[in-house]
Ligand binder design. Structure first.
Ligand SMILES: Nc1nc2c(ncn2[C@@H]2O[C@H](COP(=O)(O)OP(=O)(O)OP(=O)(O)O)[C@@H](O)[C@H]2O)c(=O)[nH]1
Ligand SMILES: [Mg+2]
Length: 342
């Protein structure tokens, strides 16, 4: 029986997990393999799912909680994908999530070894983030994620110097991604090799210190504007508002789908320009389907207020609006293995 690979790709918010999955899926597809992905978030209206689908990757999502709290949901989504007969399913946990080895990898090894082959847990690191985590809660989550990695890849080698040449990659440019795939699919690295010591109260406090905001809407503008001119200035304004409120941005991403094209822009800090993918030169359109996912070190109430004020500056008529703003609830894993499974 065909046992698809499950490839877990973890790491902090904005480290480049989705970009790596998309890059790896392109490489494996060129090798003749069928790929799919399951994305995860504490809320709904995921930018990552829209982006992955726009890139042609078959995707499913777990919403309203992390994989560890929704393990059954994760497995249901993986089984649903099997109708498409994938060789590989990438799974991307929420970027604030840790303790994945005890709550996902070992339960998978124990209960689903006959159904799936499990790859080691890769933790993606943005080296610039590693030296710029002034927020102690974010620093705690980041450190715990690194501590349980089966392997670490240092991403964004095209713009940042890596602490090690070994496993330095650029998910965006594709450098090192083939070598990473060869390493994790060789079956020689241990899987779930570390079980974390973690204080769940501290973990819950660290996650709850992040404000989480997901918003989606259809925006009609008259006259037509290009995605770049609609979302570019607005994103700048939102970045400035967050900085004025002293809210450290963990990841702010926006996805604009028009009938003809898409554009995605993302910020992982309060300074600097957004990184943009998609069609910057797309032609003006009247209808834009927008999704925005924002994670920052700020309480949900001021975050909501700040966002609603910024929304007044977004031109056009909004319909089908959906806004969620909250702090992640304390993690309550469905399973937690205190012992390793062989
Ligand atoms: N220059 C450069 N940018 C990258 C690279 N990989 C990712 N990025 C950018 O970093 C930002 C975050 O990338 P994502 O792939 O969305 O990060 P993520 O880890 O999936 O983020 P969350 O899902 O929010 O946790 C995006 O703007 C990417 O374009 C890289 O190798 N080089
Ligand atoms: Mg992602």
């Amino acid at each position: 029986m065909n046992r698809p690979w499950l490839i877990p790709v973890g790491g902090f918010l904005g480290a480049g997990k989705t970009t790596l999955i998309l890059s790896a899926a392109r490489i494996l597809t060129a090798r003749g393999l069928k790929c799919a992905a399951i994305l995860d978030d504490q809320g709904s209206d995921l930018v990552d799912t829209a982006y992955a689908s726009a890139q042609g990757l078959t995707s499913n999502e777990v919403t309203g909680g992390c994989f560890c709290c929704r393990f059954s949901d994760l497995m249901d989504k993986a089984h649903q994908l099997r109708a498409f007969a994938p060789d590989v399913i990438f799974i991307e946990p929420v970027g604030s999530c840790t303790d994945l080895s005890a709550t996902i990898l070992h339960p998978l090894k124990h209960e689903f070894a006959n159904t799936y082959r499990l790859a080691p847990l890769t933790i993606v690191i943005d080296p610039a983030r590693a030296v710029d985590l002034s927020d102690p809660n974010m620093a705690f989550l980041f450190e715990r994620q690194c501590a349980e990695a089966d392997l670490i890849v240092f991403n964004k080698s095209d713009i940042h110097e890596s602490p090690s040449e070994h496993r330095a990659i650029s998910a965006l440019k594709g450098d090192g991604v083939s070598a990473w795939l060869d390493e994790i699919l060789a079956g020689t690295l241990p899987v779930g090799s570390k079980l974390l010591e973690i204080d769940y109260q501290k973990y819950a406090r660290a996650e709850a210190a992040l404000g989480w905001l997901n918003w989606s809407a259809t925006v009609h503008v008259e006259p037509a504007v290009s995605p770049a001119s609609l979302i570019g200035p607005w994103l700048d304004h939102l970045q400035q508002s967050l900085s004025s409120a002293n809210a450290q941005i963990a990841h702010l991403k926006i996805f604009d789908q028009t009938p003809a094209s898409y554009l995605k822009a993302a910020l992982i800090s309060n300074t600097g320009d957004p990184s943009v993918t998609g069609d910057l030169t797309a032609s003006p359109e009247r209808e834009h389907s927008l999704r925005l996912n924002l994670r920052a070190a700020i309480d949900p109430e001021p975050l909501r207020e700040l966002f609603l004020q910024a929304l007044n500056l977004l031109p056009g008529q909004k319909s089908h609006e959906h806004l969620q703003c909250f702090s992640p609830a304390p993690p309550l894993p469905q399973h937690r293995y205190a012992q390793m499974v062989d």
